[in-house]
Design a protein around this ligand. Structure first.
Ligand code: HEM
Length: 330
């Protein structure tokens, strides 16, 4: 998990934020990962204890104090990432004066998401707090989810050598040993894509989402009054045997045919207007990571799917680290 999280934090910082982590920020990134995990368990702990719902009581509790310490830590990591890019952005603009606002391109450089926010701050369309909120959202949504998906995918592939071999066969037809994949190469990795989709079905990192119902809603025989908070249990939907044949079996081939399930029975990235904005990015990132590692290493099982005990969290987090073994391919 440490290796994949390190990879996904660096990816989101370099791409969306335009900030390459140096030694100091890299170390900070590792603490950030642990802080996010701790934060998840505090939020769930509080949700289960009604006496901690009051902000006044919570603030003085042990958990309230821990949460404050963690939020200080995550804010300072985020501030470092923003400040580093702010300096680079000023330098970049000094050297290049052509800015194409429609394409978000400076000279020949395409802007990172954070550059667009910094430019918007200059134009007065977003303020300092607004930038912080956007960066927090992307840093969190953009690393923990993908790292979780990758660890379950490595684990399930380690337990299915035949499927792993098929991925390597496909990848070898597209890339040579050291070749860095282009977007076109990634688009050709159809079988790998089915494996990732199947892994997201069985182990959706965001395993539930919540919505507040604005108007009364009839669900089968149930009447939900306006104002009800509803949880949509994504993992339960994905494991419904009325929708998926042998739902507990890892069968990537089911994604090679036209879906036989209801369009909302498979929603790892949610659906509707607030669905995941980063899903294409996540799919590409996972394809790069998996194809690069599997070409070089055979992944062997240590953790088995049935060994996993899940924690109460807002991400599908295992209680114990998920372990696999890497053996160099010859
Ligand atoms: C396997 C990886 C990922 C999974 C499973 C995932 C899943 C989700 C889900 C289920 C939601 C909807 C939450 C809701 O409806 O309440 C969501 C929202 C979001 N995701 Fe992802 N995500 C992933 C990767 C990413 C990445 C890489 C980024 C950023 C580059 C990202 C950015 C976001 C953002 C900003 C939102 C909020 C969108 C909004 O509220 O309009 N996600 N994600």
């Amino acid at each position: 998990m440490d290796i994949v999280t390190d990879f996904t934090i660096k990816s989101i910082c370099e791409t969306a934020m335009g900030t390459k982590l140096d030694e100091e920020t890299s170390e900070f990134g590792k603490t950030y990962k642990n802080a996010i995990h701790e934060l998840g368990s505090i939020v769930c702990h509080r949700a289960q204890r009604v006496w901690l719902y009051s902000n006044f009581v919570f603030r003085f509790s042990h958990f309230g104090k821990s949460q404050e310490r963690i939020l200080d830590m995550t804010s300072s990591f985020r501030n470092k990432v923003i400040e580093k890019r702010r300096e680079d952005f000023i330098d970049m603009k000094k050297n290049i004066d052509e800015y194409d606002e429609d394409q978000n391109v400076y000279g020949k450089k395409r802007l990172a998401m954070l550059d667009i926010l910094l430019q918007a701050e200059k134009n007065g369309t977003i303020n300092f707090n607004g930038i912080n909120e956007e960066v927090d959202t992307f840093m969190f949504e953009g690393h923990d989810t993908t790292a979780t998906a990758l660890q379950y995918t490595f684990m399930i592939l380690a337990n299915h050598q035949d499927i792993q071999n098929k991925i390597v066969e496909e990848t070898n037809q597209i890339l040579t040993y050291d070749q860095i994949p282009t977007i076109n190469d990634l688009a050709q990795m159809k079988y790998l894509e089915c494996c990732i989709k199947e892994s997201l079905r069985m182990f959706p990192p965001v395993f539930f989402i919540s919505r507040r119902i604005e108007k009364p809603l009839k669900l089968a025989t149930f009447e939900c009054p306006a104002g009800t908070d509803v949880n949509i249990m994504i993992r339960e939907l994905h494991l419904d045997c009325q929708q998926f044949r042998e739902p507990f079996e890892f069968i990537p081939e089911r994604f090679m045919k036209k879906p036989t399930w209801h369009q909302y029975a498979y929603i790892p990235f949610s659906a509707g207007p607030r669905n995941c904005i980063g899903q294409k990015f996540a799919m590409m990132e996972m394809k790069i990571a998996l194809s690069t590692v599997l070409r070089r290493y055979r992944v062997l099982p240590i953790t088995k799917p049935d060994d996993i005990i899940y924690l109460a969290d807002f991400i599908l987090r295992p209680k114990e680290p998920i372990l696999v073994k890497f053996e160099t391919r010859v």
